[in-house]
Design a protein around this ligand. Structure first.
Ligand code: PEP
Ligand code: MN
Length: 457
């Protein structure tokens, strides 16, 4: 019997557990009004798409494909604009081409997009301009501007509409050829000063350009596959009121005869993950997600006891479906070598061998504050964690199946380093993140070239 049909689980059984990071709304009547509105609205994603992603992730777990997941730390409603959406899709597509070339594998793409509106915070209050104010918790909860810091339940419904509009445009852009590989891509390598690095990147670009030209010449690009690609959506499943409202008992598209089996799908996104602050086994988030049929991620960090890993897997994936759970590891460059091997052994020496997707998030363990309290990350730390993670998986005989990155298609100056050589003084030039620092387009591509290079050696 699956957990979703076990008598103890229901879409609101999480309410009987302790829940971290979810707010107590002062205006309960307004909250209920928003929730009943959400419950009537149609699913944002379809079970068929969710199941398709789960099948692709099974290939990743088995070492046959690679997972690229990326997007903003905190997506704002204001990012629901054509240009912002397009630049992110194009960047993810371009990165995936480099990965296909490097790893010689299919690439599964998931955006941290169309719903990444809720943020866990270390403290409910923060000091701004000498005043104590409620922390910004993401657009689904409150606003960044100081006069919008109170919780507003109407934002739940706004989140639904911004999420749907974003995904609507993603679908429209993809099906209309934004990913059309017949168009020349702008690889913009002008900023790369190191001649050796530049030569490496140029080699990849030349190969990809030649390959696309060759396919065009022989007519292989007439295949529809080159005009459209899949891009799935994801966000942290933090605000359980919202996730529950979009969770529906629907036909399992894989069951035969159709309609024979139903599952609970969280239709707010294809993929949801449980954050580092909310993955306690006996708490509300794990309780909620153990009943959900979507593929799920769990952040794993320096504070994750090795013994929790198997308990998490047994709770969230009792049927041991390959690809159902992605373990998103984020230790920091200085800690990964000490902590990752034991985590790998715990899982790979158990009944969960080769069922999980191991994904490296080299961002969240490498955040630091520089003068003036600006949050940043060093490109060298990000790359170092990734490189160590690749090496450790190789040594342990396991497969690093993917990367999880905070990035944007815009020319921001939030992370230091990379070929542009951004330093502390450059951070103020274009720092626009309302939460964690993101890789800009050049840094994201550069990291991808470095991963590809690892696989080609
Ligand atoms: C995030 O992914 O933005 C995040 C908050 O990560 P973590 O839960 O790993 O700290
Ligand atoms: Mn973040």
């Amino acid at each position: 019997m699956s957990k979703s049909t076990s008598p103890q689980w229901s879409p609101d059984s999480w309410r009987s557990k302790p829940v971290k990071q979810c707010p107590e709304y002062p205006d309960q009547a307004a909250l209920q009004k928003s929730l009943s509105e959400l419950k009537k609205l149609p699913p944002i994603v379809h079970p068929r798409e969710i199941v398709k992603l789960k099948e692709l992730l099974r290939d990743v777990a088995q070492g046959k494909a690679f997972l690229l997941q990326g997007g903003d730390c905190a997506e704002l409603f204001d990012y629901c604009q054509q240009g912002v959406i397009e630049s992110k899709i194009k960047l993810l597509l371009q990165m995936s081409l480099v990965l296909i070339w490097g790893a010689d594998k299919r690439v599964v793409r998931i955006g941290r997009m169309a719903g990444q509106y809720a943020k866990p915070r270390s403290s409910p209050m923060e000091t701004v301009q000498g005043k104590q104010v409620p922390s910004f918790r993401g657009d689904i909860l409150n606003g960044f501007h100081l006069d919008e810091r109170e919780l507003d339940p109407a934002r739940l419904v706004k989140a639904y509409h911004h999420s749907s509009a974003t995904l609507n445009y993603i679908r429209a852009a993809l099906s209309s050829g934004i990913a059309d590989l017949h168009r020349p891509l702008d690889w913009g390598l002008g900023h790369v000063r190191d001649p050796e690095l530049k030569a490496k990147y140029q080699e990849a670009v030349n190969f990809l350009t030649d390959m696309l030209r060759f396919m065009h010449t022989i007519g292989a690009d007439k295949n529809e596959k080159l005009d459209t690609v899949d891009l799935f959506t994801s966000h942290e499943g933090l605000l359980l009121e919202y996730e529950q409202s979009l969770t529906r008992l629907l036909d399992d598209p894989t069951s035969y005869p159709h309609g024979g089996k139903k599952e609970y799908y969280d239709t707010s996104a294809h993929f949801l993950w449980i954050g580092d602050r909310t993955r306690q086994i006996d708490h509300g988030h794990v309780e909620f997600f153990r009943g959900i049929a979507n593929p799920l991620g769990v952040k794993v960090g320096p504070t994750t006891p090795t013994s929790d890993l198997l308990e998490l897997l047994r709770t969230l994936n009792p049927e041991r479906e390959p690809g159902k759970i992605t373990l998103i590891t984020r230790y920091g460059a200085g800690k990964v070598a000490d902590l990752l091997p034991a985590h790998i052994r715990a899982v790979e020496d158990s009944e969960y061998k080769q069922t999980v997707v191991w994904q490296c998030d080299p961002m969240h363990g490498n955040t630091q504050s520089v003068s003036g309290g600006i949050k940043t990350r060093r490109f060298s730390d990000i790359f170092s964690e990734l490189q160590q993670t690749l090496r450790i998986h190789k040594e342990q005989g396991s497969y690093l199946g993917g990367v999880h990155l905070e990035l944007t298609g815009d020319a921001v100056t939030e992370c230091m380093g990379g070929s542009e050589g951004l330093d502390e003084d450059d951070l103020s030039t274009n720092y626009t993140s309302f939460c964690d620092p993101r890789l800009n387009e050049k840094q994201a591509l550069e990291l991808t070239f470095l991963i590809a290079d690892h696989y080609r050696q």
